[in-house]
Design a protein around this ligand. Structure first.
Ligand SMILES: [Zn+2]
Ligand SMILES: [Zn+2]
Ligand SMILES: [Zn+2]
Ligand SMILES: [Zn+2]
Length: 365
């Protein structure tokens, strides 16, 4: 049966070829047609619509079977009539089918696209060949809110940052007042979304008290000031806010020196001069002799007051006065403050050797 029908088709096809009519549509059967379509899609991506649907090759397989018997005849025919059609009928069918497939593929590729819809960032795009058409849609933004940045309603992409809550400065209500040792807190409502916000209030400043001496300023053995230290405390919590160095003023240094002087008797220092050497002492007495060299004085001073205004017991005082201070004269009653320096011997006018306690004075009144 099949062979018979095929023979008929072949002759019909020959007829059609001679009259330049396409036998394609008539000769194809439904089942074969779908096979042909399948083959097309596999080998050719984008193509033309069904108008150019190929199909005559549908009989390829069946004609293969019928090819052998026909071949001999066809070859005979060819030798007899070389000017006429050289190929057997089945081969012509195959040739035309291939041509139709190629043409259909070209049309399919050039005309048919499977469009994916445009997105925010991509235009309409062919899923098969990648060709594009039109413009991207662009983002469709929803305004930013306190908690969300500007966001595209379509694709969800964001731009910028969330606005954050915003409480006007005068809308804060203090819940806990800060102290110098603990933070406070306050609350207020966001002017945009109304959500209540809380925040801490920084610690309050300390309250400064009067500086307190933590280390006394002093004077060293040479009379130089040695810095002390004062601290400023918070009157509320007692914390040390800061410390500061301080030194004694010249007046304070003098006062401190004078206050630290002992007041030995003449007999004390004359009897045990080594015990007193280097110690700070003060003597009050009457100047009985003045030897002056600029501001430097060497004085003989009687330091024991007797009856009727008589002063006895002489010591030697070495003293450098401040420049511009009043001159020291004989018979002045003065107080000297200084350091004992043992015994000192000198020759008297009469040639006798006189030995007296020596005071190196730093201050004199
Ligand atoms: Zn395409
Ligand atoms: Zn978008
Ligand atoms: Zn808010
Ligand atoms: Zn405090």
């Amino acid at each position: 049966m099949t062979e018979d029908r095929n023979d008929e088709n072949t002759s019909e096809f020959d007829e059609a070829t001679r009259t330049n009519e396409s036998p394609a549509v008539e000769s194809s059967s439904p089942g074969d047609k779908s096979d042909a379509s399948e083959e097309l899609r596999d080998s050719n991506p984008c193509g033309e619509d069904d108008e150019a649907e190929p199909s005559p090759d549908s009989s390829d397989q069946t004609s293969d079977e019928s090819a052998a018997p026909n071949l001999a005849n066809d070859q005979k025919d060819t030798s007899k009539k070389p000017a006429k059609v050289a190929l057997p009928g089945w081969a012509k069918k195959v040739g035309i089918g291939v041509v139709i497939i190629v043409v259909a593929s070209i049309l399919y590729v050039s005309l048919y696209h499977d469009w994916a819809p445009a997105t925010c960032t991509e235009p309409q795009t062919c899923k098969i060949c990648g060709k594009t058409q039109g413009d991207p849609l662009g983002h469709d933004y929803e305004d930013a809110s306190c908690t969300k940045p500007k966001t595209c309603k379509r694709c969800g992409s964001t731009d910028g940052a969330a606005l954050g809550h915003e409480v006007p400065d005068d809308a804060w209500v203090v819940d806990v007042r800060p102290t110098c040792t603990s933070e406070g807190s306050e609350h207020g409502n966001c002017k945009r979304c109304g959500e209540q916000q809380t925040k801490s209030i920084p610690k309050a400043a300390h309250t400064e008290g009067e500086p307190q001496v933590t280390k006394e300023a002093t004077v060293d053995s040479s009379g130089n000031a040695v810095a002390g230290e004062k601290a400023v405390y918070c009157t509320v919590c007692g914390a040390v806010i800061r410390t500061e160095k301080y030194t004694l003023s010249p007046e304070e240094i003098e006062d401190q020196f004078k206050n630290s002087c002992e007041s030995p008797s003449y007999e004390d220092v004359a009897r045990n001069p080594d015990d007193w050497k280097g110690k700070k002492v003060t003597f009050k007495g009457k100047v009985i002799q003045v030897m002056q060299d600029g501001n430097s004085y060497t004085l003989r001073v009687n330091v024991t007051e007797g009856r009727y205004g008589i002063w006895d017991d002489t010591i030697l005082v070495s003293y450098k006065a401040a420049s511009g201070s009043a001159r020291i004269l004989e018979d002045d009653i003065m107080s000297f403050y200084g350091t004992m320096n043992g015994m000192y011997s000198y020759q008297s006018v009469m040639g006798a050797t006189i030995t007296v306690p020596l005071l190196i004075a730093s201050y004199a009144d």
